[in-house]
Design a protein around this ligand. Structure first.
Ligand code: SAH
Length: 268
């Protein structure tokens, strides 16, 4: 299939500092099952159309999205102007099946087929903030899913590489992102545990599925300096959302909050 995006991820343990985010685990439950709070944004906004395909933009969808993002700003999840602008611009309803489009702007995860989910907006906001993206960054995402997170990333950095293990989801996301005009995203069907060595190093790596521990290959493919964000922990239970900073060959890990994600499954 056509390659349009890639992904990432990794981490390793070093110092842990818990900065808590008080989100009840139950809340975190849905959307690919991760949880919540974020911080940051600033528009590098390129020329991507904000709403096409997968259901037309209407005054109603625009108003609902505006209210959702306003709420995320008010509760402190979104802080960075560029991130706020990106989340305002990407039409989440266009990443959902038509039958669920009317629920797109509720703050919860929703099914996208193949047993997977699109992440909860609060979690997407929190992770995007935690990545501290700059316009020149190249980003690896592990777990393309619907392509929604990749679309937001694409507005905030130079290039997004995203990997999805369920081939039909990768194909659908690739077509959707192309149709919507997100031209700087490359999608690949495959196992994210191996990263995307041909395109490494990545300034940022984000895992949107939870491995039991940060895959060493993802850490190896992280640029120096670089940042990796993602859930880590046992499947079926609460995981830690961690941020790993790589600097001068050393890794420093922070625990951001508790989350619940779908597992990063090993490839065949
Ligand atoms: N970021 C997505 C949501 C991802 S849900 C969005 O914005 O919609 C987690 C995704 O990770 C699922 O689609 C799942 O199939 C995928 N996944 C699980 N294990 C994986 C692996 N080893 N490599 C790549 N993708 C994986």
């Amino acid at each position: 299939m056509r390659v349009r995006g890639a992904t990432i991820a990794l981490l390793s343990g070093m110092d842990r500092r818990a900065f808590v985010i008080s989100i009840p685990p139950v809340l975190a439950a849905v959307a690919c099952r991760r949880v919540d709070r974020a911080q940051n944004g600033a528009p590098a906004m390129s020329t991507h159309p904000s709403a096409v395909g997968g259901g037309p933009a209407t005054p109603v969808t625009d108003a609902r999205r505006a209210r959702l993002i306003d709420d995320l700003v008010l509760d402190g999840t979104l802080k960075t102007p560029r991130v706020i602008a990106a989340m305002r611009a990407v039409p989440r309803h266009a990443f959902l099946p038509d039958t669920l489009a009317s629920e797109a702007y509720a703050d919860r995860a929703l099914p996208i087929g193949h047993g997977q989910t699109i992440s909860q907006p609060t979690v997407v906001a929190m992770m995007t903030e935690a990545l501290e993206l700059a316009p020149e960054h190249r980003v690896l995402e592990i777990g393309t899913g619907s392509g929604y997170q990749a679309a937001i990333l694409s507005l905030l950095c130079r290039e997004v590489f995203t990997i999805e293990i369920v081939a039909p989801l990768a194909e659908e996301a690739s077509e959707r992102l192309e149709r919507l005009g997100y031209r700087n995203v490359r999608v690949r069907a495959g196992d994210g545990y191996g990263g995307w060595p041909d395109r490494a190093p990545f300034d940022r790596v984000v895992m949107t599925a939870a491995p039991p521990q940060i895959p060493q290959k993802l850490l190896d493919q992280l640029a120096d300096p670089g940042v990796l964000v993602g859930p880590v922990g046992d499947p079926g239970w609460i995981q830690a959302l961690v941020r790993v900073r790589k600097l001068a060959g050393k890794y420093r890990e922070e625990r951001l909050t508790s989350v619940r994600f779908v597992p990063m499954v090993p490839g065949p």
